[in-house]
Design a protein around this ligand. Sequence first.
Ligand code: SAH
Length: 264
Amino acid sequence: MHNEGFVSLVGAGPGDVELLTVKALRLIQQAEVIVYDRLISGDILKLIPAGVSRIAVGKSPGAHCLPQNDINEIMINLATAGRRVVRLKGGDPYLFGRGSEEALALKKHHIKFEVVPGITAAFGCSAYSGIPLTHRGLSRSVKFITGHFSNDEALEYDWEKLADQDCTLVFYMAMANLLTICSQLINAGLDAGTPAAAVENGTTQSQRRIISTLGLLFAEVSAQRIQAPAMIIIGNVVSLATDIDWFQQSLEMTVYDESLAASR
Ligand code: SAH
């Protein structure tokens, strides 16, 4: 009997293993092969049953490990050989995840697939850093924006359109172009005092958060050596961060407790 291969394009969420969906967990447990990205956290990889093949196809910023075509080919070959493949992707597959490119490639090769949404990094960072993406009276809309163009092309936007006080701006992959982003928004008329934040390793035990302003964010991010993966959130909603934070404080308390314990 010929087994028909199948690919599940699965969003694994932003890092905290408990932010996996029940469906993602079931698929991980039933997979024959898992093809995963660099951003998949170690805690999630620990859920993969022993004996299941794992293929890392991760990309790190500036150092592309495997070209997208090769990743597509791996999945196509596995599925054609009858394997049940889980393609684990950070966050949500369809938000800056190239999941749709993979879906198109599978479709072209007549391979059956499904897509399982995941909690995108913006939602994870928002909840775990005390920054709602909308709030009555502070923000009426949200924009998800890439801070990096493919092939390292210069970041060109209609900055005047983006410089809207009523809209929360969420930049993914923005670390290399952070200075450009902040200065272009200020040049386009967004107040340099607009609250702005960076959230590094959001939702994980190593989350770090910088609460600043548009004018000062780049300097603070550089001083604190904030690195990818990090999310940039710009807008009045960032002003709520200290009031409704529940996670960052608990992390800092843990660090404090540990240093107290160590000094005893
Ligand atoms: N599909 C993913 C995004 C992939 S692009 C999603 O839906 O989340 C990779 C970018 O996502 C990173 O450069 C960073 O901006 C953001 N990102 C992913 N995980 C993150 C995390 N744990 N904390 C902060 N930003 C994160």
